[in-house]
Design a protein around this ligand. Structure first.
Ligand SMILES: [Zn+2]
Length: 409
């Protein structure tokens, strides 16, 4: 099985990358790549597959998936591969400078030094400029691969220096097929693939973890049963609580979630590290960090190490903040799909519903409201997502959105 077989529903991209891999070692090869695609389409997995093919030991069809080079790249353990994903809400200038520094170190065991930036859209303009210089004239042994949701997420100056690989939303049937090949019941696989809007990692999470499935059901149920302003505010609080509990659950069983959202599905662009409970003091990662510094449990941090510990706590906090925003955004995307289904029913479209498990609610709302109202609801969710991305307060943003979703005669 070649490394490209792991890309789901991306036939055109596979052909493009196979051709590109054959250019390795020649002047035709590009040293800067831009992978775009909606979350869950597998853009970082596609970048990794190309990286594997560039390092592959096979000469005739690079990307064999069997050799040591291919396997270590795909598992993320290749010494000449750097995978960068945003720990915080943004990628900092310091983090980028460190990457640029690495890009000038010659590879140790592979043909190239490859740097994959999974969240290139989380860079500020100033940060991007640091990167730009490195991408303009990289050493002959360096390959940059940037991943973003769309071409608009990076500055034109970066875009124009990269070769573009555009992934599409894979068909839900292909995602379902993947789940079936992993032992999931076909009907359940299809419901999950549709509900996840073909987001591969999310679909996998839905079928593997009953808690994730139940959370989604509860969130949608909260939204579709809102009748008035009071309900809306109450529903917003309930949804925040569901998300909080999910975060705590993840913190308690990191191993089960690691399987659902980590290396095994590099196809997601969601954060790959586990979220933790709210209190950093209880954080196992912080405890481990302190142990490494030689600080015993319960012991006060010596003043010489205080800055290091504080910096680490800051980093954890940033990550938690990002993860809670990401999970709230996912809720909004779920609700967007519900009202899209409502609109489809209202317009009599012959398109499959995404939320098969909520068909009766969707038909009820479709009958009780007009297409104009559905469009307004969809817009309200879009605005809420923008506010959230622009650092709006999560609960207030969600409340305003739920109020806008209430039925209006
Ligand atoms: Zn290989």
């Amino acid at each position: 099985m070649s490394v490209f077989d792991s890309l789901i529903g991306q036939a055109a991209v596979c052909r493009q990358l196979e051709r590109a891999a054959c250019e390795r070692g020649t002047a035709a090869m590009s040293h800067a790549w831009l992978f775009t695609g909606p979350p869950g389409s597998g853009r970082s997995l596609a970048a990794r597959a190309l990286a594997a093919a560039l390092q592959c030991e096979t000469t005739d069809s690079p990307g064999c998936g069997q050799c040591h080079q291919c396997r270590t790249v795909m598992s993320g353990n290749h010494p000449d591969l750097t995978l960068m994903n945003a720990e915080g809400v943004t990628i900092t200038v310091e983090e980028t400078r460190a990457l640029v520094g690495e890009s000038y170190e010659s590879p140790s065991s592979g043909r190239y030094r490859i740097i994959i930036v999974e969240d290139a859209d989380r860079m500020s303009e100033r940060t991007t400029n640091v990167l730009l210089k490195a991408i303009e004239e990289p050493p002959a042994f360096t390959v940059w691969m940037l991943c973003t949701p769309s071409l608009d997420d990076v500055l034109p100056t970066i875009r124009s220096r990269c070769r573009h690989v555009g992934l599409v939303v894979p068909p839900a049937e292909d995602v379902a097929q993947l789940l079936v090949s992993q032992g999931v019941d076909p009907q359940q696989a299809l419901v999950a693939a549709r509900a996840a809007q073909s987001h591969i990692g999310r679909a996998r999470g839905l079928v593997r973890d009953a808690g994730v499935w139940e959370d989604r059901q509860q969130v949608v149920r909260e939204a579709v049963s809102v009748r008035g302003v009071g309900d809306a505010v109450y529903a917003a609080a309930n949804i925040m609580e569901i998300l909080d509990n999910a975060t705590k659950r993840e913190a308690d069983s990191p191993s089960s979630l690691r399987g659902a959202s980590d290396a095994s599905d590099a196809a997601t662009s969601s954060p790959t590290k586990q979220s933790r409970g709210k209190k950093n003091a209880d954080d196992p990662e912080l405890a481990e960090f302190k142990r490494q510094l030689g600080i015993a449990e319960g012991q006060n941090v010596p003043s010489a190490l205080r800055k290091q510990v504080r910096d680490f706590e800051e980093k954890l906090k940033k990550r938690q903040k990002r993860q809670s925003r990401d999970s709230l955004d996912r809720v909004m995307i779920d609700l967007l799909s519900v009202y899209r289904d409502v609109l489809i029913v209202q317009l009599g479209g012959e398109v499959d519903l995404m939320n098969i498990d909520f068909e009766s609610d969707i038909r009820r709302i479709a009958a009780e409201s007009t297409p104009e109202q559905s469009v307004r609801r969809i817009e309200a969710i879009g605005q809420a997502r923008e506010r959230l991305a622009g650092n709006g307060a999560p609960l207030l943003t969600l409340e305003a959105m739920m109020v806008a979703l209430r039925p209006q005669g």
